[in-house]
Ligand binder design. Structure first.
Ligand SMILES: NC(=O)c1ccc[n+]([C@@H]2O[C@H](COP(=O)([O-])OP(=O)(O)OC[C@H]3O[C@@H](n4cnc5c(N)ncnc54)[C@H](O)[C@@H]3O)[C@@H](O)[C@H]2O)c1
Length: 249
């Protein structure tokens, strides 16, 4: 097993990519803390983990809130004794409008949930990870590597995640902490439900990559697992595209 006995936190663990990652980590022997704002979805992930005799715990968490993130790390260490892996995955989409029409409140919501959350996750977990080394995997997006019309806040936040990942890799590499990101393309989760409603747009979006299909959460979980495992022991500061060739399309 690739993560035997390791203690992990997965933010947004009640959702598509987060839940798939939580289940995958558990199958590989990790203790998994599922951190999500949505209690019923978070608890459901833990139920699925326990159903397969894994070790999981739900902690209600708001990734935008510093105290809540600090409490998450505290509860994890209290319950499982340490922390080895943080997956900063929770995030939200945005309404598709020109930047001049975007409400400032929505800009703040998207930046706080998708970028400040990554800063907070790292700020509160790195002191714990420094004790014996560890791994962080941040979830960016294809839209963190490539501009697209009408998603200004999401573009800015996810682009920020890529550079924050490089920054932390440089700052904490000598402490034995690896920090990487994944950049998923279009993945079949709740976040893209809105896109599916517009048939014409969806037929373009869903095929805009080399493989001509959307991805599924397990395919992103596999990449996160790889980066979190010892197989990636010499990889840090990188952003791995998991997009069916969307970036090169
Ligand atoms: N699905 C895609 O096409 C796609 C593509 C690129 C990147 N991503 C990124 O993947 C990550 C996971 O998204 P997903 O596609 O699984 O969507 P999802 O909506 O299924 O899951 C997101 C989870 O995050 C949780 N969450 C939202 N705000 C939170 C908060 N403030 N505090 C704690 N939890 C919160 C939600 O409750 C939900 O369980 C996000 O960062 C998203 O931006 C998704």
């Amino acid at each position: 097993m690739r993560l035997s006995g390791r203690v992990s936190i997965i933010t947004g663990g009640g959702g598509g990519i987060g839940r798939a990652t939580a289940l995958r980590f558990s199958e590989e022997g990790a203790n998994v803390v599922v951190a999500d704002l949505d209690e019923s979805r978070g608890e459901e992930t833990v139920r699925l983990i326990r159903e397969k005799n894994g070790h999981g715990m739900y902690v209600r968490t708001n990734v935008r809130d510093s105290e809540s993130m600090q409490e998450l790390v505290h509860k994890t260490v209290e319950h499982f004794g340490s922390l080895d892996i943080l997956v900063n995955n929770a995030g939200i989409g945005q309404s598709e409008v020109r930047s001049i029409d975007l409400e400032e409140t929505e800009w703040d919501d998207v930046l706080d949930t998708n970028l400040k959350s990554i800063f907070l996750g790292m700020k509160h977990s790195i002191p714990e990870l420094m004790k014996k080394g560890g791994v962080i995997v941040n979830v960016s997006s294809l839209l963190g590597l490539k501009g697209r019309k009408y998603v200004s806040a999401y573009n800015a936040a996810k682009g920020g995640v890529v550079l924050l990942t490089q920054n932390a890799a440089l700052e904490y590499g000598k402490e034995g902490i690896r920090v990487n990101a994944v950049a998923p393309g279009v993945i079949d989760t709740n976040i893209i439900e809105g896109w599916k409603k517009d048939e014409r747009k969806w037929s373009v979006i869903s095929q805009s990559n080399a493989l001509r299909r959307i991805g599924n959460p397990d395919e992103v979980a596999s990449a996160i697992l790889f980066l979190a495992s010892d197989e990636a022991s010499f990889i840090t500061g990188s952003t791995l595209s998991v997009d069916g060739g969307g970036l090169i399309y």
